[in-house]
Write a protein that binds this ligand. Structure first.
Ligand code: SF4
Length: 410
């Protein structure tokens, strides 16, 4: 397929946390709010003059300092972020909001605060208590935390408008981005998709780490371009997979999977589109903040939610997206030492294999995958196993009516 006109531009935006659009917005006097998790509603930080970026540590090499403070038993995402913070890589932020989603990220941000990594005069940190159960009590807690820890400080420190009108406007802008990403993502359902999983991942990630309004024009152009794009006559992939699991912001990860022969047709990981880029639908009957919080609480697929309905729902959701996007198999990944996803991967991959009948490859991976030969070999073997089953007539794309354990497959 012909290269997307703006792909190089999007890739470049992901080379640095302090990217071109962040710098442009700050030069215009805008406030940059750092965040580290889906559980801090983006729309509450993309208000008025403020914009949010999800923290990444692109091109991470050594994590010695991060490991010194956090120990080698904490996930590599948290260590990479702390390392970059100590190097001075997040000086551009005006404040940083973190949830107690998992202890790892909490300790990471607490260490940033203790080490006083940001020298800006008005810089502040906020830690939100987020619900573990998606019920009425959880929602009450969430609403009060979002009000107290996000909206009030943004208003008091930076004079940001936090009225209902401002919240509604933010949701409207957010929905514009979601519609584009959803439309682009829908092309992945095609038999020969006109967008690669890698391209889609790059574009989606940009929407998390740039001021979204400054990205809109190029996103719209890209959508038009993809609509008119012709897929290659010869389809270069041998299988379709849904990638599920913990945080992925490494641009090499999806590339490596696709280079190994598996088209990534659906994503369920942090910094992905499912459920991160779904529209927020508001009604006129209820308080706007409550509606926003409910949306995030109910759509959240993080293992931080530990009630049984949520746990079951996580597996049903993977089954739903695998069917919708016609996946032949599932790659269940987990960042090394990520505790919440370690438990979820173990149980989730078993359930998806044994109860739903999918071929599942489980991977324990570093934060920066690079060109890992080991992961490449495992994905290639997984693709071959899917091919063999297809030849034997045991699998049709999007159907989960057969069983194969990874052990059998590999
Ligand atoms: S990767 Fe896992 S442990 Fe690390 S911040 Fe995310 S949920 Fe927490």
């Amino acid at each position: 397929m012909k290269d997307l006109k703006h792909l190089y531009y999007f890739e470049n935006l992901l080379m640095d946390a302090d990217n071109e659009l962040v710098r442009q917005a700050q030069a215009d006097g805008r406030i940059c709010v750092g965040s580290v998790c889906y559980q801090i509603p983006e729309v509450l930080m993309n208000l008025g003059n403020a914009f949010t970026v999800r923290l990444r540590a692109p091109r991470t090499g050594s994590m010695e300092m991060g490991t010194y403070y956090l120990t080698s038993l904490l996930c590599e995402y948290s260590r990479a972020l702390l390392e970059r913070a100590i190097e001075g890589g997040y000086q551009f932020l005006d404040c940083l909001m973190a949830p107690d989603g998992c202890t790892m990220i909490n300790r990471c941000v607490e260490n940033m605060e203790l080490l006083k990594i940001n020298e800006k005069e008005h810089f502040f940190y906020k830690y939100l208590e987020v619900p573990m159960k998606a019920d009425d009590n959880g929602l009450n807690l969430y609403v009060s935390q979002c009000k107290e820890k996000i909206l009030t400080p943004l208003h008091e420190k930076f004079g940001i408008d936090i009225s209902d009108e401002a919240l509604r406007k933010s949701v409207e802008e957010h929905n514009k981005i979601c519609r584009i990403i959803t439309e682009l993502g829908n092309f992945r359902k095609e038999e020969k998709p006109r967008i690669t999983g890698y391209e889609f991942h790059i574009i989606t990630m940009c929407t998390y780490v740039c001021p979204q309004d400054l990205l809109l024009e190029k996103l719209e152009e890209t959508l038009e371009e993809v609509k008119n794009r012709q897929p290659d006559e010869k389809w270069p992939y041998r299988a379709r997979v849904a990638v599920v699991g913990s945080e992925i912001d490494d641009i090499d990860m999806i590339k490596l999977i696709e280079d190994s022969g598996a088209y990534v047709c659906a994503d369920r990981f942090c910094f992905g589109s499912l459920p991160g880029r779904e529209e927020i639908i508001l009604n006129d009957d209820e308080d706007v903040l409550t509606q926003i919080c409910r949306h995030y609480m109910m759509t959240c697929m993080c293992p931080r939610h530990m009630d049984t309905p949520k746990m079951n729902r996580r597996r049903e959701y993977v089954d739903e997206i695998a069917k919708k996007y016609k996946a032949d198999g599932i790659i269940y990944e987990q960042m090394k030492f990520c505790d919440p996803w370690a438990y979820e991967r173990m149980v989730g991959s078993h359930v998806l294999r044994e109860e739903y009948g999918y071929p599942v490859l489980t991977i324990d991976r570093p934060y920066a995958v690079g060109n890992s030969g080991q992961i490449r070999t495992r994905v290639q073997a997984f693709v071959e196993s899917i091919e063999i089953k297809k030849i034997q007539g045991g699998i049709k794309s999007g159907e989960s009516n057969w069983k194969l354990s990874t052990r059998e497959a590999l």
